[in-house]
Design a protein around this ligand. Sequence first.
Ligand SMILES: Nc1ncnc2c1ncn2[C@@H]1O[C@H](COP(=O)(O)OS(=O)(=O)O)[C@@H](OP(=O)(O)O)[C@H]1O
Length: 483
Amino acid sequence: MGLLSPTRTMRLWGPRGLGVALGVFMTIGFALQLWGGPFQRRLPGLQLRHFWASAPGPAAPSCPPRQRLVFLKTHKSGSSSVLSLLHRYGDRHGLRFALPARYQFGYPRLFQASRVKGYRPQSGDTQPPFHILCHHMRFNLKEVLQVMPSDSFFFSIVRDPAALARSAFSYYKSASSAFRKAPSLAAFLANPRAFYRPGARGDHYARNLLWFDFGLPFPPDMRTKRGNPRVSKDPNPPQLPSGAGPPAHTLDPNALFHPVPTVADGHSQMSSPASLDLGSSSFIQWNLAWLDSVFDLVLVAEYFDESLVLLADALCWGLDDVVGFMHNAQAGGGQDRSTIDDGGLTTEDRQLTARARAWNNLDWALYVHFNRSLWARIKQYGQSRLESAVAELRARREALAKHCLVGGEALDPKYITDRRFRPFQFGSGKVLGYVLRSGLSLQDQEECERLATPELQYKDKLDAKQFPPTVSLPLKTSRRPSP
Ligand SMILES: Nc1ncnc2c1ncn2[C@@H]1O[C@H](COP(=O)(O)OS(=O)(=O)O)[C@@H](OP(=O)(O)O)[C@H]1O
């Protein structure tokens, strides 16, 4: 017999019984809170089976989980690790993904609804709506809203432009003409205009990549020949403000620029954040205010686990749903927290960080803005509540890694012989991946595969599930094909 639904329970017990029951539940709930804290379903011996079932525990959210999601997958910002969670969640719950024909939606061109596989606006057929849109695109709200309902949960992720620049330089060395010409990232950042031509092939990877991915317009001095995106949720696109500023609560250009280290050693041609005039800063603020009106949450790679806890909370998902492995890390990369804290950096590293942030001034503004919003949300959520959820999340991830993975961690691709788990190799660094332990039970094998499958293979798997090959029956004909 299943559990009684709340409505049925009410009918059976009547108002007096309900009052008593409510008291008992509240006492139990309070005791469990004290004992476990949010999300804490202590797992004696961390039996893996318990991870897979998001069974409602004492702290399981009581709201309906949100399943209409738009994730803007920004580049080199930890987005593949988020994508992996979405793939897994959607796969387990049989959700329908809005998939690209290949792996991206016509990037670097702006997103077009027509790029979504199986999108047929005029066909009048009763195809079920999409739940999740999450692969690489240059954001274009108007077209996104052709595919996804406007009350979808919009979210994305940003990373410190200095860490992002390190990652992008290594990964897109051959894809960006600016990077290709530069002997090193340090040389590039010492004099970027010697290498960078706005609009040249792949050069959106070399400057303000986040801003580009968010589909925002560039100020006149930074415009490429490809032109500017026209985007909006409130479909009034953000324009260069003509005197009118953004809402007062976002207008604080000085606060925005204070943390930016200045480039003091003679690269006057560099457009550093400190050198932006008020016009440019209100242009930035205007666009940030617009992003605030579109995106429900923006995660921060340097505070990835904190971000995941907030995401689970905002989506009414269980903590288990956001426990996953890191994907797409390059060997030797991932200096995120140390970059942010400046701890242990050499003078050269510190200079490189400062220059990268200055060169990517729009991204730095974006990053500072969303970093600030994240911490405001953390404050709202409760710092200590968050800390215990983060600790729980990390303990679960570690237990999963030990159970599923050879070595319990990401490995050099040379050890990954099974093509299903070998990440796509691109750029000058090696992209790490996972090898599953042998001897897993059938269910564990299936779940560990979900955690370890890289994004391209997972996309193919979802594609095959959503678009099963149609078996065409041979037509009855009197003529037989010749042997
Ligand atoms: N959880 C978490 N926290 C912090 N950083 C993370 C995380 N997951 C991935 N990464 C780092 O993000 C880089 C890959 O980013 P993306 O997956 O967005 O790249 S891609 O655009 O899809 O190719 C890549 O950076 P580099 O290793 O510096 O290249 C990853 O190491």
